[in-house]
Design a protein around this ligand. Structure first.
Ligand SMILES: Nc1ncnc2c1ncn2[C@@H]1O[C@H](COP(=O)(O)OP(=O)(O)OP(=O)(O)O)[C@@H](O)[C@H]1O
Length: 588
């Protein structure tokens, strides 16, 4: 995106706080007036001190107090409103970013590191907040103050004023010189930080795995590389900043020495008073610093524009919903037809080929097959998370591609294999199934899911906090909460990705019983791993490398031999059917 466009879009956020900017405009003008007033005041006091005759010390003292008081008030109002506007703009952008992220298609999450998405919400957002207040106001204030200081200094000693002002603009060139590299550095840094955040998320979310497998050293090694990369980029950024400020300071000091020496010369030949020289020295900072400061302000602006660019690029991604969708639940019975479905995530690697099956309302279809055969992908296509390349999915004879996504998803309830729960209470997690459910309905769903007994034994019952992702619950308890959530949704099509994780016999039968209740009267499609579930299915589909290689009842498929028989024999001693290509013992 062109910097000009990025600036315009940033401005559209700032313009929502016009009245605060008007106040900040006045504090800026008053601040400039006070800076000039201070120089004038020092000029007056110094000349009064060396002048003969009557001096109005009282009025000078009073003026000093007024300048001081105005400075205090102005500084308070200025700082307060800058912070206020900055935090409000950041809040708006943060909300807009998340609103967008929640509406992006699954493919976006597939292609982007979660850490990078997180840094859009954190560090990029912070950089923008600063730019919209301090940086942008200083970019206006600095040249304005420089011009007014110059005009005032012209009235004191025009030759010296000209000498001072010639030096200042040199620093603007410095800013332009370093701006591009600063922007590039900031972009690389953000990408690095995003990758590091993703890695940290993985590490913190996998403590059991890295402890069991002794992966601490390996993970530290990966983090080390990522952290070193960031450090290298930060040092590089520091080098650019250092060169920028060193050059700027050199110019500033040079102008100070010139002014001081030339000023002393003008005082000695009588063309300027000592008070005038003091005013020059006082204002010199304001005359050259605006230019000197511009260099680093320019750098800050470039960094913020880089951050804004990344956020706006994200906001420009194609979304699947125009507005955040409302939770909708369809309750009419559903007939599902999958007709010659073909799909590839990547054109060179087809995942599903000409898949067809149909499930009548209230019937159960079990999908079994080898690992990586495409079972989960069928679910993703049914839910409209990805679009098929060929074929049709129809619900009640309507092509799902002609439905709005909100409508399509309203037909489904899902029990995912890893039961994804959110931090919060048990009640909140079950209620996610139907946000309008009454307490009685939530309780009844918990009961049907065989979860009520254990919930009531928790320290705060339904109000117990289950921890991040449900860490305070056992595997079987999490499964039953997920089943209760699906029960509460009461949608006509149930997608069930059966968990393969081991449960003890009692827990297993509680879950199994709950699942059976959940399936009653629904059109159910199960990615099945348990023989007991599969045997009860109306139709079993055997999937291998993206193709249906067999279908029928348990008995028919066993009699036919083939992959199904191998799957069943592989897990014969247990209830879990196994991928014949995968060696090892069953985990049931
Ligand atoms: N998000 C994705 N992006 C790219 N390729 C993917 C993605 N998800 C799955 N695949 C690929 O698609 C193929 C089918 O994967 P899928 O998850 O549908 O298999 P599955 O039958 O559910 O496997 P499993 O039983 O092991 O869960 C695999 O080759 C996998 O590598």
């Amino acid at each position: 995106m062109k910097p000009k466009h990025t600036i315009w879009r940033l401005m559209s956020y700032s313009l929502q706080y016009k009245s605060s900017y008007v106040i900040l405009f006045f504090t800026m003008i008053l601040g400039i007036g006070l800076d000039l007033g201070m120089a004038w005041y020092l000029n007056q006091v110094t000349n009064a001190a060396i002048a003969d005759g009557q001096v109005l010390w009282k009025s000078l003292a009073l003026t000093g107090v007024i300048i001081l008081l105005l400075n205090v008030i102005n500084s308070y109002v200025d700082t307060y409103f800058k912070t206020r506007v900055s935090s409000k703009i950041r809040n708006r952008i943060r909300l807009d970013t998340l609103k967008k992220l929640l509406r992006l298609p699954e493919s976006h999450y597939n292609e982007n590191h979660s850490g990078e998405l997180l840094s859009r919400m954190t560090s990029d957002n912070q950089a923008i907040g600063r730019a919209c207040t301090d940086t942008i106001i200083d970019l206006v204030r600095s040249p304005l103050l420089a011009i007014l200081a110059f005009v005032y200094l012209l009235t004191i000693q025009w030759q010296l004023a000209l000498i001072c002002v010639i030096i200042g603009p040199m620093t603007v060139l410095i800013g332009a010189l370093y701006g591009k590299s600063l922007r590039r550095n900031s972009q690389e840094l953000q990408t690095g930080v995003g990758k590091m955040t993703s890695l940290l998320q993985e590490i913190f979310g996998s403590s059991i795995v890295f402890k069991t497998f002794g992966l601490e050293k390996k993970l530290f090694g990966r983090f080390h590389t990522s952290s070193e990369d960031i450090s290298r980029l930060e040092v590089e950024g520091g080098r650019i900043h250092a060169s920028l400020s060193a050059t700027a300071i050199a110019v500033g000091h040079f102008s100070f020495i010139i002014t001081f020496v030339m000023g002393a010369l003008f005082v000695s030949n009588g063309s300027m008073t000592i008070g005038g020289l003091i005013a020059f020295i006082q204002l010199l900072n304001h005359l050259t610093w605006p230019f000197t400061g511009m260099a680093s302000l320019w750098g800050d602006l470039q960094q913020a524009l880089g951050a804004a660019d990344r956020i706006f690029k994200l906001m420009d991604q194609k979304h699947e919903y125009t507005e955040l969708p409302e939770q909708t639940i369809n309750q009419q019975p559903a007939y599902v037809e999958v007709d010659h479905l073909t799909f590839a995530y990547n054109p060179s690697h087809p995942v599903l080929h000409q898949i067809s099956f149909a499930v009548q309302p209230g019937q159960v279809t079990a999908i079994v097959g080898s690992s990586g055969g495409g079972k989960s992908t069928i679910f993703k296509l049914l839910l409209g998370l990805f679009q098929q390349n060929e074929g049709q999915i129809r619900i009640n004879h309507t092509d799902t591609q002609s439905m709005k996504l909100e409508e399509l998803r309203s037909y489904f309830a899902l029990v995912p294999q890893d039961n994804i729960l959110y931090s919060g209470t048990v009640r909140e997690n079950i209620a996610n199934g139907n946000l309008n459910a009454t307490e009685d309905e939530i309780r009844s769903a918990a009961q049907d899911a065989n979860a009520l007994d254990f919930i009531l034994e928790l320290p705060d019952g339904f109000e117990t906090d289950i921890g991040e992702g449900g860490t305070f619950l056992s595997g079987g308890q999490k499964q039953r909460i997920a089943i209760a959530r699906a029960l509460l949704r009461n949608a006509p099509i149930l997608l069930l990705d059966e968990a393969t994780a081991a449960l003890d016999r009692k827990s297993e039968s509680l879950v199994q019983e709950a699942l059976e209740r959940l399936m009653v009267g629904r059109t159910t499609i199960i990615i099945a791993h348990r023989l007991s579930t599969i045997q009860n299915a109306d139709e079993i589909i055997v999937l291998d490398q993206g193709e249906i290689v067999d279908r029928g009842s348990h008995e028919q498929l066993l009699a036919a031999g083939g992959l199904y028989q191998q799957l069943v024999h592989k897990g014969n001693q247990t209830d879990v059917i196994m991928d014949p290509n995968v060696s090892g013992v069953s985990n049931a």
